[in-house]
Design a protein around this ligand. Sequence first.
Ligand SMILES: Nc1ncnc2c1ncn2[C@@H]1O[C@H](COP(=O)(O)OP(=O)(O)O)[C@@H](O)[C@H]1O
Ligand SMILES: Cc1ncc(COP(=O)(O)O)c(N)n1
Length: 277
Amino acid sequence: MKHSIPSVLTIAGTDPTGGAGIQADLKAFQEREVYGMSVVTSVIAQNTLGVQGVEHLPTQFIEQQMESVLTDISPDVIKTGMVASAGMMEVIAETIKRYSIRYVIDPVMIAKSGDHLMNADAKQTMIDQLIPLATVVTPNIPEAEVLLSESIHSLADAEDAARRIVHELGANAAVVKGGHHVEGDAIDVLYDGSAIHRFPTARIATKHTHGTGCTYSAVITAELAKGYSIYDSVHTAKKFITDAIRYSLQIGKGNGPTNHWGHRLQGIPEVNGRVLK
Ligand SMILES: Nc1ncnc2c1ncn2[C@@H]1O[C@H](COP(=O)(O)OP(=O)(O)O)[C@@H](O)[C@H]1O
Ligand SMILES: Cc1ncc(COP(=O)(O)O)c(N)n1
């Protein structure tokens, strides 16, 4: 049965500290007022300091979870985050095609802590089977470099990468995120198949950026589900993640999570009497 409330499904790995992966996605979905659902691919023992352990669920059990959701509730948009193996990618691609649902892929490969979240031999399956199905692909700079086997040093390189992901890899649109440029503003570039759009913000001096990419692509997913254009969805996601980083919660001993309700503070940098930096 089709529901009138926009609904979305994330297929990704977990973060028990709540800052990244499935947990970040569900928080972002809730903040954007869409109904969030989740299929777990891998269970990760991780925290703000790094990854301590990984357990991958059997491919056929990932498939079973997807069937449980999709035979009951039809999401408006599906998002994938961490998908570790080629086998997992194949069943996800087959399911997205069978149900013909719009699809946002965050091509998660390596966590900010440096831990590998995707098997190296899964790259070609991602390129061949998942990227061509995507309404939007949201690589960070290192991920775009892997997908295209080229180095990205400048904004012009990032724009060229976004164009190539559409024209050569077959995605409908691509956003190359600017968080990993060491200097200068945090500029994300969107190529929608016809034009390049830049989304610049000042870079915020903070180490608390755990889960930014997950949250950002989850907001894009939510906004697409509500019927907004790709441009408007990326615009909202950029604003949302900037507030989430600006008002980060300073939780944990390492690179802490963002603040998923930062956008609600609307410029008031205080929660319960505590000033957030
Ligand atoms: N220090 C920062 N200041 C402002 N925006 C940032 C900062 N770091 C990342 N961002 C933004 O957060 C989003 C996620 O980007 P990025 O960190 O590149 O992705 P990922 O989490 O996948 O590595 C992008 O919109 C990027 O511009
Ligand atoms: C399950 C999972 N998915 C994705 C990331 C990447 O998050 P980030 O690179 O922003 O730390 C992560 N750490 N864990």
